[in-house]
Design a protein around this ligand. Sequence first.
Ligand SMILES: *Cc1c(COP(=O)(O)O)cnc(C)c1O
Length: 430
Amino acid sequence: MRNQLAILGGEPAIQYPMTYFKSMGEDEVTAATRVIRSGVLSAYIGAPGEGFMGGKEVRAFEEQAAHYFGVKHAIAVNSWTSGLIAAVGAIGIEPGDEIITTPWTMAATATAILHFNGIPVFADIDLDTFNISPECVERLITPRTRAVMAVDIFGQSADMHALRKICDRHGLKLLCDTAQAPGARYFGRLAGTLADIGGFSLNYHKHIHCGEGGILVTDDDMLAQRLRLIRNHAEAVVKSDDPVELANMLGYNFRMGEIEAAIASVQLGKLEARVASRQQAAEQLNQGLRQLEGLKTPVVSEGCTHVYYVYGLTLDVVALGVSCEKIVSALRAEGVPGLMTGYQNLHMLPLFRNKIAYGTKGFPWNSPYCTSSIEYGPGLCPVAEQLNSQSFFGMNLCMFEYYPEDIELIVDAFCKVWSNINTLRNSDAA
Ligand SMILES: *Cc1c(COP(=O)(O)O)cnc(C)c1O
């Protein structure tokens, strides 16, 4: 019975629920308590001067982050979505300017572009790394292209050298959504620091978190200044008549509070250890799954380290003759936690296909400022579409602890499903 698939009534390979990852410890409690006792939970002032930059905890966290990431400026915000919006505003885009990005990311990457009435243009992704394809980016450049927004999806850097070359050749800014890749390295440098502006999410699901929060990183003084202005109701400071200085200074409140900053500070100190533990889990999975036929384990590009926010797998569904859904259902029945099938296809979302963002009439795509005709929908990104609908599945490696003995059982579960692949192919289960 032990070898009968759980989905067909056999005993599951894993018989206990795995432990959810819990990163909050006594150090975080102490840090948060210290701030609460101080009575100062936020300390920004909306006028020029030091107070404009936030309170003591925020500034200490920023200093620590700038030091860790090796950048001139780290700027804390209340979420990474806020960070993305601020980044798009800071580079000074005009309505109708195009920013090339990837369909394999969270919606916030692309909607951040829309917030300043920029137009997201989707480039296809690389079959091995799931990151934006530089060749596809270059084909999509028009006179209206202003920037490229790469994403280090799942915890591995996009091909930043190639993207930088393209951006330099065409006079474009390079932004990077590195939300999933804190601590990942690209030819020795930390992810996020290779773009003009990069940054990280500190939401509950990520490697490190403070509930909600984000951190922007840049080496550019002017961009840093503009990011800080956008974070804190810029109008309080910019009394300027200069249209370039005023552009996109719309008075947001993207401020991080003192409690979050104090917690984020402790969490940042734990990042390297957390990353190492995910890498260890992934390596153990690689060892166990590598020999399974028709299954491709994560490809780590030359010069890169991967921090495995997601452990991404690809199936050769033709060779196996079994659908991804069926295999994942069988694995779930065996007790494998944290699985997902497919990932994203932003260019297929109704928001984009029907161009419904601001109101119902197609703005900003149909405004006179938007001079290219941009369409979204099937066929635009064939690699992403194929992966999403047919062959990709992943494991959320930040969701559970995944101790070595857990991984051993997960590998057993995979091997069991693979050794029953013929039965699974012919069954009606799932
Ligand atoms: C988590 C995430 C975001 C959003 O971050 P928040 O802090 O939740 O706003 C954006 N992009 C990517 C790729 C993410 O993984």
